[in-house]
Design a protein around this ligand. Sequence first.
Ligand code: ATR
Length: 280
Amino acid sequence: MISGAAKLAGVAGWPVAHSLSPALHGHWIVEYRLDAAYVPLAIKPEDLSSAVAALPKLGFRGLNVTLPHKEAAFRLVDERDEAAEATGAVNTIVFEGGRVLGRNTDVFGFVESLREGEVASLTGRTVAVLGAGGAARAVIAGLLSMGAARVNLVNRTADKARVLGAFFGERVSVIEWSSLSKALSGSVLLVNTTSLGMAGQPPLAVDLTPLPVDAAVADIVYRPLETGLLAAAKARGLKTVDGLGMLLHQARPGFAAWFGVEPAVTPALRSSLIRLLEAR
Ligand code: ATR
């Protein structure tokens, strides 16, 4: 039960009903017995600016920002962290001393999911990324921050990949989808950031044979948890990282900033989110 002094935060999206964030933060609020509430905030794109101005006046400590607001939030905030600058998107807002601080914790979430999956060091190594949308930006920023020497970027629309490649600089090489095997050979990690393989979307058909035998495969899709890509990687004996880890870990910095507790991603939290996903 919350008191009149409860700490408040939430997630802004349009629509927002599908968001797993209230369940995720709610789990931690119960686990750490906090006097706090984290609520869904259905905010239309044209109302984001006035909502962000009003929320601190209503006592909110901050909020998460999800589709379609991440780029608009980037433009709205007073300050941005390095990850926000590297991605052009803000997914976490902290109200502090009258200022609106914008962060991108998707980068941290992705990096932490690889650490949790015990993916071998990427320092000086080559990796391959499929897709060139918003998620790819966070993934590439994370891979470069982990010391990857080269990112082979492959996207159906090569022009979009070239724009992203130009943004990140010479460590990103754009390779045509038709030359996918070239992008995979020598890559110690393959990351899918496209929506292919997601429930209701076409499957992602990739021949993993060119990957080295000690490579890992990560998918940011988490519905289903084991995508066709991850199943194929497992069948080849490759290490895999599913998309739920990124979702869980990206939530940690916001929770810590708003509620003052560093939350842990535990097997119990994972199971409860998996149950929720399975019930949908
Ligand atoms: P997000 O913000 O989640 O990354 P997005 O910006 O819509 O979402 O990006 C979706 C990614 O999935 C893009 O890289 C897209 O490729 P295009 O840039 O060519 O559109 C990729 N994608 C979606 N459907 C695809 C399909 N049927 N085949 C190949 N790539 C696909």
